[in-house]
Design a protein around this ligand. Structure first.
Ligand code: SAM
Length: 198
């Protein structure tokens, strides 16, 4: 069985270029207004090369970037050297290296990550992430739809079922939208879902 990050290590060099070709603002523009005011603590799960983590640090946030693919973490450390991202080798759903105790996070981002988890992992991941959020903390999710690239593991995960899953963990939706793919890939589209912890 493929792991949730299958295919990323082998393609890391090309993906690093692709991820950094776009900007945090282009990817998250429609939900930027929902970000908590800086300074605040943000967890970026499945951070890739740290494009978003770096932009958030520059905006005044303290950012923990979780990334299980060593090759992508290495690119991130190189590309964003000196920015001040706190890199962690870890993965959903457990996030064992992210401490339970402590202040929690004002926002958690999982950008283009959630659909790599199978149904059981998504249940466990939602519980874990909800538990890491402070009251009124926000979870920003993007879900990719469309053809699955060769060698990857991806599931067809809808916004509606994600909102439903989150509601069982005290998270309420504050934003939902759909958009076309920023790279113009045929058949690929995206859902944005933002949820707030009550
Ligand atoms: C499409 S990339 C998105 C990277 C970055 N968030 C971005 O928007 O550029 C998906 C990322 O999720 C990571 N990933 C895969 N399975 C994961 C898991 N179980 N927990 C955390 N990250 C995971 C991959 O290693 C990869 O970096």
């Amino acid at each position: 069985m493929l792991s949730s990050n299958a295919g990323y290590a082998a393609e890391a060099d090309a993906l690093a270029v692709q991820y950094e070709e776009t900007t945090f603002e282009a990817v998250h523009g429609r939900v930027l207004g929902l970000l908590p005011a800086a300074p605040a603590r943000v967890l970026d799960v499945g951070a890739g090369t740290g494009r978003d983590a770096a932009a958030l640090v520059r905006r005044g946030y303290a950012v923990v970037a979780v990334e299980p693919t060593a090759e992508l973490r290495a690119h991130g450390r190189r590309i964003h050297a000196g920015v001040g991202i706190d890199w962690v080798d870890d993965s959903l759903p457990g996030l064992a290296a992210v401490p339970d105790a402590g202040p929690g996070f004002d926002a958690v981002l999982a950008t283009a990550v959630w659909m790599h988890l199978d149904a059981g992992e998504r249940v466990a991941a939602m519980e874990r992430v909800a538990g890491l959020l402070r009251p009124a903390g926000l979870l920003f999710l993007t879900l990719r739809h469309g053809p699955v690239p060769a060698g990857r593991r991806m599931f067809d995960v809808g916004a509606e079922e994600t909102v439903e899953l989150a509601s069982g963990h005290g998270l309420v939706p504050v934003h939902r939208s759909e958009r076309a793919d920023g790279h113009g890939r045929g058949g690929v589209s995206w859902s944005h879902v933002v949820l707030r912890r009550g």
